[in-house]
Write a protein that binds this ligand. Structure first.
Ligand code: NAD
Length: 465
């Protein structure tokens, strides 16, 4: 795995030479990244279509255009975010000036999944470069066309700033044996544990962007037709292979009936009566996932959809009414299956959510303020969205990340710059006058009183007298 080690050596040499520190270098890289996306747009869109049957409009919305918007946002605000922040100095440390500065970490490893194979490598890349790091990118081997396109173009546009290491588990294993200054991983729980174990060897900090079952709760106060359309859009985009897709719906039985009818209408509106013929509908990434999804559907009760074709890996948008204990409710679905789960009401829905690992996102479709507050106060999730799934990703001021089982750390915009930096505290204390004379040993009664006055809270001093 000589090529793996040498890509890390090259990235480190560029960082160690100090090349990446100036603001101008960072802004140049962001511009180069945007140039690459503009000039190689067709190649990337084609690769995304090949890997997961992504329509070019969806490729623009969720991949190419998404990264361009993220890089543009970083470019616009970076100078301001990097400005040192003054911090007040307490009496005991005066006279002095104190401030914090965001300093680059070094070499960052970004490991990506296959479902948004461009966005989930290049959005972290933009943040890591903005923060003044060099980057080694490891695209997913399950999106080979996108991986090849990145390996072809990234070195050309971002020479010195970013390296691409293609390959599967052997290459990732070799990479993880190297020392990095930060590892940014997007993927599933099992691989995340491998990454975290490897990171522990070098005490490397990690950001883990994972998945899980993101619920959608719907109540009677909402507009069911619009809610259904939005849920269907979030669930069936990219053929359900989206980390923030609504994984299952919770509602009272009397809501589920009309909601099911609206979801069926919504699927037809989005993909026609035969989604297999729709160019807007994606395909399952590989045979293993196709077989996994087929088994989940077969072991539950299909109330709509269910049609599939193994040869083309087409799997229709499918609605399920699972029985308690069905496998589809035991794991993240990551495909076009949407279980509709009856609950007795708000409290039961919250209990259901809290009984599982903390989700990456929680969606509440309700106009009722008390219901919204109840979810805000009594649950924990990576994000909370009212009346819309997945769209929080498009707000660059919002941190994106999970909590508990759905991950640790966050990124996007300023949060990326902070994730890929060390906020270094700096103190500058003049040598003259040497006010430390008042604090140095030997200690006397006078010094004790003085130190007490300087460090103890005012209230405590008054009480002592
Ligand atoms: P994955 O965990 O199988 O693979 C992710 C990356 O890890 C790939 O590059 C792969 O090569 C590498 N990898 C896999 N097994 C490894 C091992 N044993 N040792 C070293 N490296 C290994 O995930 P995936 O199937 O590509 O993606 C699906 C998962 O990703 C879902 O759980 C989904 O929810 C999650 N996801 C999360 C987000 C997010 O932003 N939070 C986004 C997309 C996907």
């Amino acid at each position: 795995m000589q090529h793996v080690a040498s890509s890390v050596v090259r990235a480190r040499a560029v960082f160690d030479a100090g090349t990446t520190r100036p603001l101008t270098w960072r802004l140049d890289q962001l511009r180069q990244l945007r140039r690459m996306l503009a000039e190689r747009h067709a190649e990337f869109a084609e690769a995304l279509a090949k890997d997961v049957g992504k329509h070019r409009t969806e490729a623009q919305l969720a991949e190419i255009g998404f990264v361009d918007a993220e890089a543009a946002h970083l470019e616009r605000h970076l100078e301001g975010w990097l400005r040192p922040r003054r911090v007040p100095v307490p009496l005991v440390a005066q006279p002095a000036r104190a401030w914090t500065e965001l300093t680059p970490l070094g070499v960052v490893l970004v490991i990506g999944p296959w479902n948004y194979p461009l966005q989930l490598l290049l959005a972290p890349l933009a943040g890591a470069l903005a923060a003044g790091n060099t980057v080694v990118l490891k695209p997913s081997e399950h999106a080979p066309a996108t991986s090849a396109a990145l390996a072809r173009w990234v070195p050309e546009y971002l020479a010195g700033a970013a390296e691409v290491v293609e390959g599967g588990i052997p290459e990732t294993t070799a990479l993880l044996a190297e020392r990095f200054d930060h590892i940014f991983f997007t993927g599933g729980e099992a691989a995340a544990k491998v990454v975290m174990r490897a990171a522990a060897e070098h005490l490397t900090p990690v950001t883990l962007e994972l998945g899980g079952k993101s619920p959608a709760y719907v109540d009677a106060s909402t507009d069911l037709a619009t809610a259904a359309k939005r849920i269907a859009w979030g669930r069936f985009m990219n053929a359900g292979q989206t980390c923030v897709a609504p994984d299952y719906v919770l509602a009272r039985e009397e809501i589920l009936e009309p909601l099911q009818a609206e979801l069926i209408k919504a699927v037809a509106a989005l993909f026609g009566t035969d989604p297999a013929a729709s160019l807007s509908y994606g395909r399952i990434v590989d045979d293993r996932h196709f077989a996994r999804l087929a088994a989940l559907a077969d072991a539950s009760t299909v109330v709509h959809g269910g049609q599939r074709d193994a040869a083309s890996r087409y799997f229709a948008p499918t609605l399920l009414r699972p029985a308690p204990g069905d496998a589809v409710m035991a794991e993240e679905i990551f495909g076009p299956l949407l279980p509709l789960v009856p609950v007795r009401g708000l409290d039961a829905a919250i209990e259901e959510v809290n009984g599982r690992a903390k989700p990456l996102a929680l969606y509440v479709f309700s106009k009722d303020r008390a219901t919204r507050r109840a979810f805000a106060e009594r649950t924990s999730s990576g994000a909370l969205c009212f009346d819309v799934p997945a769209a929080h990703l498009s707000v660059p001021g919002l941190p994106f990340g999970g909590v508990g089982g759905s991950g640790m750390g966050a990124y996007h915009g300023e949060h990326s710059v902070r994730t890929f930096s060390h906020e270094r505290p700096t103190l500058d204390k003049p040598l003259r006058p040497d006010t430390l004379e008042l604090l140095y040993p030997p200690y006397t009664r006078t010094k004790h009183r003085l130190i007490d006055a300087l460090v103890a809270p005012v209230g405590k001093r008054i009480r002592k007298r």
